[in-house]
Write a protein that binds this ligand. Sequence first.
Ligand code: PNW
Length: 476
Amino acid sequence: MSQSAFPADFLFGSATSAYQIEGAAAEDGRTPSIWDTFCHTPGKVLGGDTGDVAVDHYHRWRDDVELMADLNLNAYRFSISWSRVQPTGRGPAVQRGLDFYRSLVDALLEKGITPWITLYHWDLPQELEDAGGWPERATAERFAEYASLVADALGDRVERWTTLNEPWCSAYLGYGSGVHAPGRTDHTAVLRAAHHLNLAHGLGVQALRAALPGRAQIGISLNPAAVRALTDDPDDLNAKRRIDALANRIFDGPMLRGVYDEDLIQDTSRLTDWSFVKDGDLANIQQPLDALGINYYTPTLVSASADRKLPRRDGHGGGEQSPWPASEDIAFHQTPGETTDMGWTIDPTGLHDLLMRYHRETGGIPLYITENGMACADKPSPDGTVHDPERIAYLHSHLQTVQRAIADGADVRGYFLWSLLDNFEWAYGYSKRFGAVYVDFETQARTPKSSALWYAQVARTGVLQEPDAVREPVAD
Ligand code: PNW
């Protein structure tokens, strides 16, 4: 197999999110988000873990920027904590909160690392949830105001903007299965939340365009499902169609085509008549985009009923209620193959399917993989180094798939490894490690794993390295 080069200017980045790394939950005027409340509710997060301290990035950001520079990364995707910069979710900004992000951005720019801001990575100010949260329309309006406020503060130095991260997770895991904050289990609320997240995106894009100079590039990060049917049986193919509607078309329909497809509305008609979609909403949601971010981990395998041979998959945090509205008669199966520490099957072909699909459906909007990576049960060796050959193999196979999609015509411009650091993995707390850099959660010491050193070589050379091409870490 010959080594092959990525396009010039390809972004090799890493990604994080505010609640998962920052800590400093009550510092400098920050107020609780729904994730603070959720974590402090007994029984919600494994081990009672919280993001109160997380990996202390709020105090260690300078070191973390150095780390990225040492790893040759040329882009960094991070999110803003809404309640750190606008504590009640309304009204004026808190300057100290904005200053933190401004300093971070300046340090990145100084190192030649492109800052890539995600405005919302799941940490809604608690006050807005108390007012009804995403099932309510007003939350979308608040989001647009928040977007303007951050754009006014950072728009002179940041060109890359993402409105929302994975609205599927916010709506379906937050309001459906309840395994994510705010922990509600109401399938009608899921559909209302999905629409108001879509509206937040559309109003947010408009607010960003109004506030930012012409060079700003604006997009969204979706976690589309690469849905497959267990068999070619028409009932299984119908299950696939329905999950495609609920996972993918409910978001990309209004965003890219200005519609909610008729089959989605029919499939969910016993839960809602969709009257929360008001005149003008679809036009507001369908905004021109400069980038589409795709977050990808594993494919989704479905069939018509639970009564099938393959074991059901528990990839959604094991909630008692399904995240999927109106889908009680659809079974979710484990895709055959090796799995990660999350129990997610390793299968890069789903990434190829999605890149080709969105290449076709967006009419050529530049695509970015804004998250991809794996959880491993990493442990330091006695000499302190951390070897994670499974993660190198995962990254290699997915980056190779990105090259294959580019060769097949997809306009893929960048890849962000999830994640820079081991961090707070939502309902799993600190029990799952996604980092390229190992974090000792007691001392907060950071140690690049062998995968980080391998990825650094890919980023430095712009060429996909063989999995064994890693310069193994050596003890000091
Ligand atoms: C994404 N699912 O979350 C998030 O954007 C990250 O914050 C997170 O750490 C990462 O992936 C790894 O989990 C997801 O159940 C969480 O389908 C759950 C699902 C998908 C994505």
